[in-house]
Design a protein around this ligand. Sequence first.
Ligand SMILES: Nc1ncnc2c1ncn2[C@@H]1O[C@H](COP(=O)(O)OP(=O)(O)O)[C@@H](O)[C@H]1O
Ligand SMILES: [Mg+2]
Length: 257
Amino acid sequence: MVLLETKELSKYFGGLRALRDLSIEVEAGEIRGVIGPNGAGKTTLFNVISGVYKPSSGSVYFKNERVSAMSPSEIAARGAVRTFQRDAVIHDFSVLRNVAVARHLHTGQTLLKTLFGNIGRLQRQDEEKAEEILEFVGLYDLRHELAANLAHGFQRVLGIAIALATEPVLLMLDEPVAGMNPTETAHMTGVIDKLHKERGMTIMLVEHDMKTVMGICERITVIDFGEKLAEGPPKEIKNDAKVVEAYLGAEDFVAQR
Ligand SMILES: Nc1ncnc2c1ncn2[C@@H]1O[C@H](COP(=O)(O)OP(=O)(O)O)[C@@H](O)[C@H]1O
Ligand SMILES: [Mg+2]
């Protein structure tokens, strides 16, 4: 079953065409890598799918529903969720509270009520769900720590835990291991792999680190200048002449072939 479909998606920023008639299909349960040189349009693609930007032309369908005219919150409510680099984490809340609050908001509390103090009245079930999520992502032992005190890698995992509190169907991860050391990278990669294998979650992964992408993705879409350059399983992509050419000079790619 196709979960996400973009049809001839284009996005202009002034005269710059960041996406050019980009059509992709992502199957339910798939883990899809999205790669391409810097400035290729990967983040723009996520921003258009999640409703942060409206496409200049073309459409996005999620669960067979046209979502490209909807607001980001309407799209997130349908289960297409992207994570952001930092902003989701509230630094002076505990790890547990960060996830419990996200859960609380997701299950119907209005933002206004939250701002006026009701945030203190988290339901026990919000905390229980948050504990379960933290267990899953390997942050349970750190649940009472202030988020601000977490190492960079753990903060990024917390960002995923917060996203999980909203019960995504499609999770879009934009460079989730960027800036991480090898231990942190292994932890994050393990979480992504588990989400896919144990929860059957559909994941789109934009990642610069070829080893990570090639290691966990079933199919890879290569974007260059906003256009689809190639698509297929990692083995094919690695040996695709067009892809190798687009990456010439990107030594990390060539080195890992
Ligand atoms: N908000 C924006 N305003 C103007 N130009 C943008 C904006 N966002 C992205 N771009 C441009 O669109 C192109 C694609 O950017 P981006 O999607 O961030 O690439 P990637 O994530 O693949 O590195 C780049 O040329 C970038 O400068
Ligand atoms: Mg980007």
